[in-house]
Design a protein around this ligand. Structure first.
Ligand code: ZN
Length: 307
């Protein structure tokens, strides 16, 4: 356990975290497991499967994790009680009972230990990000579970993230879990602002050596340099991955949680492009342009995206 580190990908969805997650899993010392925050929830839902296509209890990677259904249920419960955005003030004030903190520590340490053993890895990549369900996750993993966590805040131009949701619908609605909500554009923009504000604010509170921000556009434009930068931050030489990217290789998707969202692509191929988002406003209709200019552009500018 002492040798185990966690690279936590923070930020908002639709920002390229699946691509980065799968690229990193191309390193022999790295186990990337996708959106780990959803493990308990997905395990109990028969429609949701590991990215390998199997239900979790039959998946070769995950099958040995829990003794019974009660353990799945209690992990899901404690993760929600500690990490959800609704309880973020309680988390930051340290107001959870000692018993709850002990239980959270025990369960999450066991989970990461299991992943590290199964994946024969000393770096586990958790790309749960920072939206509602996982707002306090990396902070709790570091400060309650006492794990060695580094936060990589992956950002993408908010106009591209908004366009993706407006054009394709939200992930949860796409999979038939919820009806598409009204005010999708405004909700998405506010969710994007909040997730980035939380990732940034809480991330920096861990200290400069534990927080690093990267643009998804830079990964597309200059993948080798950006991966080298990430490797430097996390203290793992990513040359095996960088060489595969340079050779334009395809990367296999492993046993990621949140697999329904990526299972239509069993493989990921990084398409290098010099101009990832050449006309950021023109992808949005007039209504969404005004919406994002009003609610989101201030954050976009802080993250380094000009008008
Ligand atoms: Zn699997």
């Amino acid at each position: 356990m002492d040798d185990l580190s966690i690279l936590y990908i923070a930020g908002y969805g639709r920002s390229g975290s699946t691509v980065l997650d799968v690229l990193l899993s191309g390193h022999p010392r790295v186990a990337s497991v996708g959106e780990l925050v959803f493990l308990g929830n997905d395990w109990q839902d028969e429609d949701r499967k590991c990215a390998c296509g199997e239900p979790y209890e039959n998946c070769l990677f995950w099958e040995g994790l829990f003794k019974d259904e009660g353990e799945v249920d209690s992990l899901e419960q404690i993760v929600r009680d500690v990490e959800h955005r609704h309880v973020l003030p309680k988390l930051l004030l340290g107001a959870h009972s000692e018993e709850k903190k002990r239980e959270y520590r025990r369960r999450t340490r066991r989970l990461f230990e299991y992943i590290s053993q199964q994946g024969r890895a000393d770096l586990v990549v958790d790309s749960s990000k920072s939206a509602r369900q996982a707002a306090g996750r990396f902070w709790a993993l570091k400060n309650i579970a006492g794990l060695d966590v580094r936060v990589l805040h992956l950002v993408r131009d908010g106009r591209a993230a908004l366009r993706s949701v407006v054009e394709k619908g939200s992930n949860w609605a796409l999979e038939g879990h919820i009806e598409e909500k009204r005010w999708l554009g405004a909700r998405t923009t506010m969710g994007w602002v909040l997730a980035n504000a939380i990732a940034w604010g809480l991330g920096r509170s861990l200290g400069n050596d534990l927080y690093h921000r990267v643009k998804f556009e830079d990964l597309l434009r200059a993948p080798e340099e950006t991966l080298r930068e990430i490797g430097g931050f996390v203290g793992v030489g990513l040359e095996p991955v960088i060489q595969r990217v340079a050779r334009d290789e395809v990367f296999e998707v492993g046993h990621n949680v949140g697999g329904n969202r990526i299972r239509h692509k069993q493989q990921i191929h990084l398409r290098k492009t010099d101009t990832p988002n050449p006309h950021p406003w023109s992808g949005l209709d007039r209504h969404h342009q005004i919406l994002f200019a009003t609610l989101g552009q201030w954050m976009n500018q802080k993250l380094g995206y000009s008008w």
